[in-house]
Design a protein around this ligand. Sequence first.
Ligand code: BGC
Length: 424
Amino acid sequence: MHSYIRAPLFCLILLASLGIAAGARAAETLDVLHWWTSQSERKAADAIAEALADEDVTWRDAAIAGGAGVGAMKVLKSRVLSGRAPDVAQLIGPNIQEWADLGLLLELDGVARKNNWNTAFFPSIWSLVRLRSHTAAVPLGIHRINTLFYNRRVFNELGLTPPKNWNDFERVANRLQHAGITPLAQSSEAWQVTTLFETLLLSESNPAFYRQLFMSNSDRAWFDPRVSRALERLRSLKRWMGEPVTEKSWDSIARQFAHGEIGMWVMGDWAKGELQTMGMNVDDQFSCLPVPGTADYHLYSVDTFVMLVGDYDHEIAQEKLARLATSPAMQIHYNQIKGSVSVRRDADPRQMDSCARSSWQTFGRGAQVQAPSLTHRMASNEQLKDAISAQIHRYFLDDTIAISETQRRIAALVRALANRKAEP
Ligand code: BGC
């Protein structure tokens, strides 16, 4: 028998011995690193994993616990450096560009073209995943950070009206406190403190100033009175947070909220996903409002997956995941569980609850109302984010640190990291 005949026969025997019947497709596995470990995050990830399984691709989970991906980013870096890169990773914001520049990411130009991503997505989503005319990431959903959750049962019992401005907020908080309910939930974890701070900053300013502060590396902007006012409010809100403010995971706060121990909570709308998974419904047991002073703005974080090239041996499965996760049906299904909103412009707002509708419609107004979250990695590199966050955290924990001192420290850090002399 000639070798060219023997080869296919040999292959068939090999396939049979591996238990793969002729005609059946070989299942592929994708190793997926992300930081979705709360109940709703898990459920949302599972929704994508199940759709993938229907296309013969197994999602091997490599989740790393820790809100805002604090641990996951470290694990991702160390896995890549030690040659054990996952096939898919949750990587967001400007990090995508840094990783693409290192040649680590698979280009998804074919999937993007076939599925008309350029017109299907909101323009700012499309530009987020585009680098030098290539598509480098898969957008999953848009989270709104400037969200104020309030507990409807508690509000109804006390006859309270949801606060539209800071004066209302103070009045409502006072009433809640008298009723023995913690007016405002807060953890002292650094990322949760900075999440509140960036929202307060937007409330005192606007998206243009927000971008100037976090994206233009301007040290002078840190001395602006709008920054002092945001810092002042951050400190003054402490009196509504219950004593002492301790380190709590965001999903444990969601449980307290569900038990009626908390009146209000400023958190990204992944919290909505979690409350729903606990059996609470929007506009029934709870509702969301934009944080006072931010109704016209959208402080956002966009969850994105990148595909790591490796040996290019999972390309087909990676492209399947990219296509599935952004399909109109999966966008509705996944975002409904996750608490975020669709990255697609053709989504139907009638299928959304009131929180999602407000978020999606506000985001849709375009770049002038959008502010990229510093804390959630949309505005700057990791270094600057961590440096700013450490100072805000310190200020929040220690009431003896003066506002002006915090401004000075951050301005100096910004200057040092941008490697510049003081601005005149
Ligand atoms: C991510 C969300 C996640 C949240 C809490 C944010 O940075 O964008 O997807 O649910 O962190 O971990």
